[in-house]
Write a protein that binds this ligand. Structure first.
Ligand code: FAD
Length: 317
């Protein structure tokens, strides 16, 4: 079932969902199941599975370092299929522009369709670690908007190089990313919002936000989005702080601000266990306020560990 149909069916009740990251190559999928198992009692209608960009590794060969390209966390689609069938839940693979040609994307989408996966998150991906700016793969999309257009075309039976007399057209529900504190490369929040509108006009059915710790940022973002005609569901993505290093890491990686009271509470902690508790309490308060606002879904970034999400969900759902 589509994410947007789950939202319609819930008739205004806020749903619980979460995002997981595929394990590193060589790890067993059981570890992932162990993290998902405790969250299933909160009835997530859908679970997102991220996709990682390729990375460079350096292999020593005859005294020289040979640079090879690799993907450390492959398997997004396989994990989506495995989870879908194990738990009877919808899964949302993240589909990236970065590192993929349009043809590779088309084949991935065809695989999704065969597997009965009809929700996808269309994302650009970040620049690789050695790059200053994002560069599309040769024959790939430069922006998520192009990827959305490709998926919307496929929904009409329009493949890249053929228009098929499709008797079983794909019908993807398309999610895209939104940034309450603006995307780090965008010159302004307003410009970024216009880009978001372009993605919605191109066929996106819903938006999931980047994490934020101050709900007012989300409320303002939704208001501004509605004012420029973005009328699809805007799902807040939130994450509990789990270690004191997050005070530096999260602003550095995601270019987001942390509220002063949260910073002070984390700085008053002497162990990471206490920090985790502060993170849970903050996220519970955020969740309650967002539910009062009437958000369709609360989407939690688990970052691979579910214990704190479980603690939060127990108090909310
Ligand atoms: P875009 O919408 O393409 O926007 C990127 C930048 O380009 C923005 O600054 C935008 O304002 C600008 N822009 C857009 N269109 C145009 C245009 N036509 N002309 C000029 N500028 C333009 N990353 C991963 O690698 N894997 C994941 O699984 C993943 N999941 C994510 C899930 C969510 C909910 C979110 C919020 C982010 C996720 N990301 C993921 C991170 C995401 O890939 C990065 O934030 C990336 O830098 C931008 O992706 P985007 O889809 O928002 O890009």
């Amino acid at each position: 079932m589509k994410v947007t149909d789950h939202i319609k069916k819930s008739e205004g009740k806020t749903l619980f969902s979460f995002e997981i990251i595929p394990p590193k190559k060589g790890k067993n999928i059981q570890e992932l199941y162990n993290n998902i198992d405790p969250l299933m009692e909160f009835n997530p209608p859908f679970i997102d599975v991220t996709t990682s960009r390729e990375e460079y590794v350096y292999i020593e060969k005859s005294g020289l370092l040979d640079r090879k390209i690799t993907r450390m966390r492959p398997g997004t689609l396989g994990i989506c299929a495995a989870i879908k069938h194990k738990y009877d839940v919808d899964t949302v693979p993240h589909v990236l522009c970065g590192g993929f040609t349009k043809e590779e994307t088309e084949y991935l989408l065809v695989d999704c369709h065969y597997l009965g996966i009809n929700n996808v998150m269309a994302l650009r991906g970040d620049a690789m670690s050695h790059q200053n700016y994002f560069e599309a793969a040769k024959g790939g999309h430069q922006y998520a908007q192009g990827l959305v257009e490709q998926i919307a075309d496929l929904n009409q039976g329009k493949y890249l190089h053929d228009v098929m007399e499709a008797d079983d057209c794909a019908d993807f529900c398309i999610g895209v990313a939104g940034y309450p504190e603006k995307h780090l490369e965008a010159p302004s929040l307003q410009t970024d919002l216009k880009r978001l509108k372009d993605k919605v006009d191109a066929g996106a059915d819903y938006v999931v936000t980047q994490m934020f710790f101050d709900n007012q940022k989300y409320f303002d973002f939704v208001k501004a989005a509605r004012e420029i005609g973005i009328d699809v569901p805007i799902i807040p993505g939130i994450k509990p702080i789990a270690i004191s290093k997050h005070l530096q890491l999260l602003p550095q990686v995601f270019k987001i601000d942390l509220p002063e009271p949260l910073i002070n509470a984390v700085q008053d902690c002497s162990t990471n266990q206490q920090v985790r508790q502060v993170g849970v309490e903050w996220c519970v308060q955020q969740s309650k306020e967002l539910i009062d606002f009437g958000v369709p879904v609360l989407h939690y970034y688990s970052m691979g560990k579910s214990t704190n999400i479980e603690q939060i969900a127990k108090q909310i759902f």
